[in-house]
Design a protein around this ligand. Structure first.
Ligand code: Z5A
Length: 210
């Protein structure tokens, strides 16, 4: 790749896709690349990223109690609202690059397409929770359900979502596909079935091109 490039900042980048699609792997590689190129980078994950949001994460992923789809939506939204307010907005205002492991597209894919909540209700909730903030770039790492399951099979413990069945995950995948089709200027679908370095290269090429 050419060495003659400039990386825009501030920049808000989110990564999306089902479990095991490779978000963490790619975020770590991207962070390394950006730091090598003298960028100031903050990485956050959803749900989580602040003390309060991490507490909400624990409820969402590990509660033994039943959580209704609406309660789930509101908990994800509460966690996001704190994260945006306390971490993402201040970081962007000070010129940094923020990389987020999931953002509001996950809520549309999981709570609307997956759980069956009304799409417009979820969009309104997303708008409120993110305080109008929209990622500049979103990478949807696409992987088949079969491959995602194979990549996750060595995990010691499964959370509430990972225990959901294939029918649920197929709806979630369809949700991400729809979002990518509806917002081609923001959401870039990349096959994460390709080797890790190939995927990383495509992500970097996109980032230096904007
Ligand atoms: N959720 C929701 O319902 N609504 C919302 O609004 C939000 C979230 C924000 C959070 O889970 C759960 O919350 C999530 C959706 C829901 N549940 N699900 N399912 P999480 O944060 O704990 O976990 P995750 O984000 O779903 O996934 P993960 O476990 O962190 O996986 P990953 O980061 O995408 O994958 P990875 O760790 O980078 O890679 C997994 C393995 O595959 C690893 O061994 C890698 O070496 C390997 N890998 C990765 N890429 C490749 C390639 N290209 N080739 C070969 N092998 C690879």
């Amino acid at each position: 790749m050419t060495t003659d490039f400039k990386i825009r900042s501030p920049l808000f980048i989110s990564f999306e896709g089902i479990d095991g699609c490779g978000k963490t792997t790619q975020i770590n590689l991207l962070k390394e690349f950006l730091i090598q190129n003298k960028c100031e980078v903050i990485v956050a994950r959803e749900p989580g990223g602040t003390e309060i949001s991490e507490q909400i994460r624990n409820i969402l992923l590990h509660s033994k109690h039943k959580i209704s789809p609406v309660s789930e939506l509101l908990l994800f939204s509460a966690a996001r609202s704190v994260l945006v307010q306390d971490l993402i907005k201040p970081a962007l205002e000070s010129g940094k690059i923020v990389i987020c492991d999931r953002f509001f597209d996950s809520t549309l894919a999981y709570q609307a397409y997956g759980r069956g909540l009304d799409l417009e209700d979820v969009k309104q909730c997303n708008q409120l929770a993110s305080n109008g903030l929209v990622p500049d770039l979103t990478f949807f790492l696409s992987v088949s359900l079969e491959l995602s399951k194979r990549r996750m099979e060595n995990k010691a413990q499964f959370d509430r979502f990972e225990r959901a069945g294939d029918a649920f995950f197929n709806k979630v995948i369809n949700g991400f596909e729809q979002i990518a089709k509806e917002e081609p200027n923001r959401v870039f679908k990349i096959s994460s079935e390709n080797p890790i370095q190939d995927v990383a290269q495509q992500i970097i090429e996109k980032i230096v091109s904007i």
